[in-house]
Design a protein around this ligand. Structure first.
Ligand code: PXG
Length: 291
């Protein structure tokens, strides 16, 4: 059965789900988005994703033409119509249709899209054995530039970083800020464990404050693992006992090599394995029912 996609108030068959070439999301990357998961019939952290979406839109002075409670219904309805109880949901709000000038005032109304699709999981082997990453030359945009807290449609720095990881033959790129501090990966936050303490870069170095990151910090504290938000350098990655990434798509995924240095034992460490186990249980235990 063909899936359906919500665009501006109606559902369209996937092959007919199209937006205008004059949409400034397409012409300029002018817009915001969210990637959300549903597990076993419940949308995980829906309110937090909506809060971040509306905050990103506000920062760009982008009026979302649908209030948050209706947006929540659209997300749930998208899952229902596509008969999905486990889903990857993409919400996009773009500036809308305008002319060829970049002035957003020419765009009368924002375009709202909701796609609910089957989740394509990373290979189980990556979780069991861990992945390799490299630090890359392309920097994460600074907080004084395109603020990384805005989850915008402009991901070109991250895409360049991904290309650099591809060239190095590894699965992910670790991005640094202008000072060379560790920020995050192209679509995931990063953590290290050393001496039993979990460390992750603080918001001010220029991260997207990941919803999975927050959940994992809470889970770790509940498990009795001390958690610190601290500036990390490449040295801290190379000399960590354990390392992992967090994100809506990847969940919690171990990292066992960085810049050709073996991390810890070269296998996913005990804290990482325990947090993966707890995270998987946690996502099944809460969420907004799809209905
Ligand atoms: N950092 C960045 C730059 C991100 O884009 C995260 C961290 C993790 O945030 P959450 O809230 O998901 O824990 C993201 C996540 C994907 C994909 O399909 C994910 C993101 C962006 C684009 C694609 O893997 N964002």
């Amino acid at each position: 059965m063909e899936s359906v996609v919500f665009i501006d108030g109606a559902f369209y068959l996937k092959r007919e789900a199209k937006v205008s070439v004059f949409d400034h999301g397409f012409l300029y990357g002018d817009g915001v988005f969210e990637g959300i998961r549903a597990y076993s019939g419940r949308v995980f952290r829906l309110q937090q994703h909506l809060d971040r979406l509306y905050a990103s839109a506000k920062a760009l002075m982008l009026d979302v033409p649908i209030p948050p409670d209706e947006m929540a219904d659209i997300v749930r309805e998208s899952c229902r119509r596509n008969h999905l109880s486990d889903a990857y949901i993409r919400l996009v709000v773009s500036r809308g249709v305008g002319d060829l000038g970049l002035d957003p005032r020419k765009c009368a109304k924002a375009t709202v899209v909701c796609i609910a699709d089957a989740i394509s999981l990373y290979p189980a082997e990556l979780y069991a054995r861990g992945m390799a990453v490299v630090t890359v030359p392309t920097r994460r945009t600074g907080t004084d530039q395109l603020n990384p807290r805005i989850k915008s449609l402009n991901y070109l720095n991250n895409i360049l970083a991904k290309i650099e990881a591809n060239s190095a033959g590894v699965a992910e790129a670790v991005m640094l800020n202008a000072e060379g501090q560790v920020v995050e990966c192209t679509g995931d936050n990063i953590f290290v464990v050393r001496g039993g303490i979990l460390r992750t870069p603080p918001p001010w170095v220029g991260i997207l404050e990941g919803i999975t990151r927050e959940v994992v910090m809470d889970i770790a504290r509940d498990a009795g693992v001390p958690v610190r938000e601290e500036v990390l350098t490449r040295f801290d990655l190379w000399t960590a006992d354990e390392c992992f990434l967090t994100g809506t798509a990847a969940e919690v995924i171990p990292v066992v090599r960085c810049d050709e240095r073996v991390i810890g034992s070269g296998e996913p460490g005990p804290v990482t394995v325990e947090l993966i186990r707890r995270f998987r249980a946690f996502v099944q235990a809460e969420g907004t029912p799809i209905g």
